[in-house]
Design a protein around this ligand. Sequence first.
Ligand SMILES: Cc1cc2nc3c(=O)[nH]c(=O)nc-3n(C[C@H](O)[C@H](O)[C@H](O)COP(=O)(O)OP(=O)(O)OC[C@H]3O[C@@H](n4cnc5c(N)ncnc54)[C@H](O)[C@@H]3O)c2cc1C
Length: 230
Amino acid sequence: MELLSAELVARCDVGGGLVLVEIEPAASMVSSYVHPGQVVKLVAEGHTSYFALAGRPGATRWKLLVRDAGGISRALVTAPLGARFTMSAASYAGMPYAQVDQGPFAIAVVGSALGAVRGLLHAVAEDGKAGRTTLYFGIRTHEALPLEQELAAFAAGGMRVVLCLSDVSTADPRPPFEARVGLVQGAITADHVGGLLPPGTRLYVAGPSAMMAELRALGPELSLEVLTNG
Ligand SMILES: Cc1cc2nc3c(=O)[nH]c(=O)nc-3n(C[C@H](O)[C@H](O)[C@H](O)COP(=O)(O)OP(=O)(O)OC[C@H]3O[C@@H](n4cnc5c(N)ncnc54)[C@H](O)[C@@H]3O)c2cc1C
């Protein structure tokens, strides 16, 4: 995989311990970002890390939603603007937007993996399709919610945003969001039982491999078509 120099051009704290980073890829790489959810590889000082592209395809500056977990993620959230990183073109299949129109769909993500669907959420909202979109978003507590205003704007546009709080014993209401105690899997199962997820719903998932494996296993049981960016 070819690696080229990319420049860190902007950065913004978006709450919940996450930072939205903007990086300018080499001009020859811009066209590789075709579908939301595609991933880039960054290499520096012996570290290799993968990050989902968190903006809409077609932009000349790419966005990454980053949690400081050491290594390259720390460099991305601390290096001075203008710093250069070695980066691949966008890889992975991503989550093709066209599939949104092929029937009922929902999205399940946790933590920083929100970045993998952020471009899709913006596309859906800007195209007036928020009202038929449900986002299950797994975070530890309400205080861990990133991009609160952005998600509230999606909810105001009709999107069901269900916060799944794993580290609390009661889910205090936080309008305009719904709040549930537990993992995204639990909220999805409850909504299936409650008739809120019709059979055949396409469920886009992004997160740690254990979470994705558990949702893949749950899919057939709940008649959901589970899709990933891989
Ligand atoms: C291809 C690839 C791309 C990546 N892209 C990025 C990126 O763009 N930015 C970035 O910062 N990191 C990225 N990572 C790292 C990785 O995705 C995150 O560490 C992971 O999503 C956890 O996010 P977090 O640390 O924010 O979650 P945490 O804050 O640690 O957890 C968030 C929530 O997930 C819940 N959770 C944990 N395990 C499960 C489970 N099995 N089922 C359901 N819920 C669970 C927790 O209970 C919690 O509520 C990437 C990794 C890979 C392999």
